[in-house]
Design a protein around this ligand. Sequence first.
Ligand code: ADP
Ligand code: ASP
Ligand code: MG
Length: 467
Amino acid sequence: MKIIMKFGGTSLNSADKVRNVSRIVKDHSQNNQITIVASALSGVTNLLEKLSKQSKHNSKKIIANELEKFTKLHTNISKDSIKDQKIKEEVLKNILSIINELKSVLEGVYAIGEITPRSRDKILSFGERLTVIIVTGALKDIGISAEPFTGAKAGIVTDEKYGEANPLMSITKMRISEILQPLLSKGIIPVVTGFMAATQTGDITTLGRGGSDFTATILGAALSVDEVWICTDVNGMMTTDPKIISDARTISQLSYSEALEMTVFGAKALHPRAIEPAQENKIPVRIKNTLDLTGSDTLISNDQSIIKGEIAKSVALIKDVAMVNIGGAGMVGKPGIAAKVFETFAKEEINILMISQSVSEANISLVIHKHNLENAVNTLELSLLSRGFANRINAEDDVCVIAIVGAGMKGSQGVAARVFKAVADKRINVRMIAQGSSELNISIVVKEKSCEKAVMAIHKEFDMGKS
Ligand code: ADP
Ligand code: ASP
Ligand code: MG
C-alpha cells in the first residue's frame, strides 16, 4: 500500500515518542511506500507565534534567552532519541543552523520594527523545519533511508494568502509527484514538514493553524495514495472531545461530509481543510492513536453508514466565541439587512460561525470568534446604526456553541426537541439555535458556565457513550 503517515506535535514531544514513531514507520515500511508528514513539537508553534508578536519589541538579548530554551527542547529530544554518534552530530548541527536562521529573522523584525504577515509565516514555519530533521535522524538511526523536505521543497505551491494560504492544486500535484515519487520507488521515505509551503516566487506561507493535516491530504492526493493516516493522541474521531468527557467513544466510520461538519465545529483531531483533497480524490483518511496504533480508529471515506437507530453521531463544543444580536422594529420588512451584515463582515474578514433570524425579522443573531468581537461591533454600529438600518446591537462574550452532528439526523423528527429537553432538564437556557440546510448538524448556543454540563447531557440523551 501507499500511505501518508502524519504525526502531530503530541506524537513527537519526547524522545520516547520519537522512537515510537520511528518504530511504527519501520514496521510498516517493509510492505508499504510511506511518506511522513511531521508537525512541530506541541507548544512550539504557539511559542513561535508569541515570539513573532513580540519580535518588534524584543531586543537581541531577549531573543537569545527565548531561543536558548527552544534550542534545548529540540537538542535534548534529538540526543535522547538518536544513538548513532555521527547521525546525532549531523542532526544537532542542522538544528543549530536552523535556529540561527530563526534568530536572524527575529532580529531582522526587531531592526525594522515591523512584523508583516509574510514574516510571521516565515517565523511560524521553523517548528516543522526542526521536527523533520529530528524524525529523519531517528529513522536513519534504526537503518531506514529517509530524506527531510520542507513543504515547499516537496512541491507544495500556494497563493499569497499568508496565514491561511491556498494550495494551487494542479501545479502542486504535478510537482509533488515529480519530486517525491522517484524517492518512494527507490525505497526512501520522504519526511515532509506539515503546515508550511511557499508561493510561486518562493516566499514561505502557512496553511492555517493545525494545517499539517491539510499537508497530509494534499500529499495524499498528489501521490494517489491508498490511505492517509492522521496519527494523533486519541483513538480516532470520537463522539465528543475525550478531554471533556471520558465516556467518549470512537466513531469507527464517517463520511467526508459528516467529518467536515464535525471538524468545522471543533473536533480538533482533524483540520477541516484536510477533507477536500481527500474527498475530491476519493482517498480514505484514518485517524489513529500513535500510542495505540492497532487499537480502535476512525475511517473517513465516501460511505455514509447510518446505523439503524443512530441519530446523532457526535457533539462538539466550541469555546472562545461571542454572540452578536442585531435588532429593532426598523428592520421588519426592510430587505437587505442580512446582506449588509455579511458584506460588512466580509470586508473585515470576520468569519460567521452561526446565524439565525427570527420570523418577525426584528432580530438577527450571529456567532463569531471572540477575537473579532470588538471590530465586529464597531463596524456594525457604523454601517447599521448610523444609517438607521437597526436600532440595537448588543453582544455576549460569555457563550459557547454546541454542535450535534450525524447523517442519521436528516429527515428524522424531534431531534431538536430532544436536544432542548436534555439541556432544559439540567436547567440550562438555550440562547440561540441553528440547523444547517444539510440537516447533518444542529447547533445551539448556551452560556459558557453551563457548556460542559450541556455537552454531557446531549451526549447521554443520544446514547453516544461507551457505558
Ligand atoms: P495533533 O497534535 O496530533 O495534531 P491535536 O491536538 O491537533 O493533535 O488534535 C487532537 C485532539 O483533538 C485530541 O487530543 C482531543 O482533545 C481533541 N478533540 C476535540 N474533539 C475531538 C473529537 N470529537 N474526537 C477526537 N478528538 C477530539
Ligand atoms: N504546528 C502547527 C500548529 O500548531 C500545525 C499543526 O500542528 O498541524 O498549528
Ligand atoms: Mg492537529
